[in-house]
Design a protein around this ligand. Structure first.
Ligand code: NAD
Length: 492
């Protein structure tokens, strides 16, 4: 399979109010194949007026009785239909994702397409399970009056969903599926690097029968279209996944407007290897934790803490995997790691590796951008045996770059793991349950894995402590994210 698998022409128009749309002023920007650096499409560079049109379409669709007042089972049915369509067009969507994002085709199929179908079906199920409670009041007066009190969950309204480029289709579905299940309407803005699968998703949603305006997609730049969406007065809720830096900007705007906001932000997730671990499992697991999706994962295990006595063995094993990793196009079956998403990102990652070396880190494997065309960086292991305060230990790289540090006792490793602004994920590698539980108790992270890393599921709440975000996605938590509680009090 390759880009010729794209039996459908690449969709490059925005999707607003059930129709395709270009930008009001006709401007576009280029998107690229990161494996070659070639331009593959031009997409609209949305103006404020385009954002306005999309938000008003979503507002009209929200105010009409044709979405939020549908029987929940009707919303469920449409989401299930969309899941079916995503699967039916799975080969095409996977090829489009690999072409535009660069990830391995197998991961595009399994995670972007398979994961999206799974999330759509799981969230479809919540549509029929949103409920309130009855409440017995204590302060009822005057004594002759009785009260019947209850709560209802109502959709929060028009949602702006802004997503990053690392899992373009899946991140879009993480937002739209629960929002739509709860009866909200959505304007989605994909990342400027990777808009193509989101545009196709909107077309499939239209085919599934979603009413016009319920799900709109605008393409544009963060500082223009993204910012216009966030500050738009007709947006009730912003759900954002992206960098902590942009999350702070969006959080400030939402606080000022008193808009609801969910923020899924960056990470610097620790991988803590204990001395009783199965070494092969820990080495392969730690390598997978950082090199999966070329390190472009918010929970990437980018800080490795290893017992001093096993440092050479574990770090050497991971470095061996890094050195033997085959770089190439995600369409090539022999490829084990594809490109980074853009030239800009490749240069940023290579710059952070160089800074780590200049600050005293030891390059144990990799260490530079590849000479081949496209946006490749070698999988890199930086040894930090002296525990220096390297920038690459403190800041998110979002690339295939691991920093390894030794420790002498587990409490010291936990303290080092927690000495970070972030708190998204963490993993511990051990064969002893009680030792795993002590690390779980001590680590400050939204998700802690034991003998695995980066495992997510629609049923398991996901989100960050500290600068990794505010709020939780997935599981029952999505009801809180996309509904308001309305209390009802009836005197009789
Ligand atoms: P980014 O913050 O640069 O961009 C994310 C999105 O925000 C893009 O659509 C972009 O156009 C938009 N944007 C940029 N500036 C904006 C502004 N001023 N107003 C409104 N929107 C704006 O992030 P990225 O480089 O695309 O993605 C990588 C980041 O995403 C990493 O930090 C990673 O950890 C994070 N991430 C977090 C999670 C999570 O669930 N916590 C998941 C995936 C990625």
């Amino acid at each position: 399979m390759n880009r010729q698998t794209l039996t459908h022409p690449i969709r490059t128009q925005m999707f607003i109010d059930g129709r395709c749309a270009g930008s009001g002023d006709g401007r576009t920007f280029a998107v690229f194949d990161p494996a070659t650096g070639d331009e593959i499409a031009q997409v609209p560079d949305a103006t404020d007026a385009d954002v306005d049109a999309a938000v008003f379409a979503a507002r009209r669709a929200f105010e009409a009785d044709t979405w939020r007042r549908l029987p929940p089972a009707a919303r469920e049915r449409l989401l299930l239909k969309l899941a079916d369509l995503v699967e039916q067009h799975g080969d095409e969507l996977a090829a489009l994702e690999t072409l535009n994002q660069g990830k391995l085709l197998g991961f595009s199929k399994m995670l972007e397409v398979g994961g999206s179908a799974q999330w759509l079906r799981y969230m479809a199920g919540w549509a029929t399970k949103i409920e309130g409670s009855t409440v017995d009041l204590s302060l009822a007066f005057p004594p002759s009056v009785r009260y019947n009190a209850s709560t209802r969950r109502v959709p929060v309204g028009v949602v702006a969903a802004i997503v990053p480029w690392n899992f373009p289709l899946l991140m879009a579905v993480w937002k739209i599926a629960p929002a739509l299940a709860c009866g909200c309407t959505v304007v989605l803005k994909p990342a400027e690097e990777t808009p193509l699968t989101a545009l196709r998703l909107a077309e499939l949603a239209h085919e599934a029968g979603f009413p016009p305006g319920v799900f709109n997609v605008v393409t544009g730049r963060g500082e223009t279209a993204g910012a216009a969406l966030v500050r738009h007065p007709q947006i009730d809720k912003v759900t954002f996944t992206g960098s902590t830096e942009v999350g702070r900007i969006i959080g400030r705007q939402c606080a000022s407007d008193l808009k609801r906001a969910s923020l899924e932000l960056g990470g610097k997730s620790p991988v803590i290897v204990l001395d009783d671990c199965d070494p092969r499992r820990a080495i392969e697991g730690a390598a997978g934790a950082i090199f999966f999706n070329h390190g472009q994962v918010c929970t990437a295990g980018s800080r490795l803490y290893v017992p001093r006595s096993r440092y050479d063995e574990i770090v050497g094993g991971i470095a061996q995997i890094a050195r033997s990793t085959v770089l190439g196009s995600g369409f090539d079956a022999a490829t084990q790691m594809g490109p980074l998403v853009s030239a800009r990102h490749r240069d940023k990652v290579a710059g952070m590796i160089a800074q780590g070396r200049d600050e005293g880190g030891e390059i144990v494997a990799g260490g530079r951008a590849s000479d081949r065309p496209g946006f490749f960086v070698e999988p890199t292991v930086i040894g930090n045996f002296d525990n220096r305060p390297l920038t690459v230990v403190a800041e998110e790289v979002f690339g295939p770059v691991l920093v390894a540090m030794p420790y002498d006792d587990v409490d010291e490793a936990i303290a080092a793991a927690n000495a970070s602004a972030y708190g998204l994920g963490a993993s511990v590698w051990t064969s002893q349950l009680d030792r795993a539980l002590r690390v779980i108790d001590g680590v400050e992270a939204g998700t802690v894995w034991v003998n695995t890393h980066n495992m997510v599921d629609p049923a398991l709440p996901f989100g960050g402590f500290k600068a990794s975000g505010i709020g939780r996605e997935h599981g029952r938590a999505i009801i809180d994210a996309y509904t308001e509680t309305k209390s009802v009090c009836i005197a009789y």
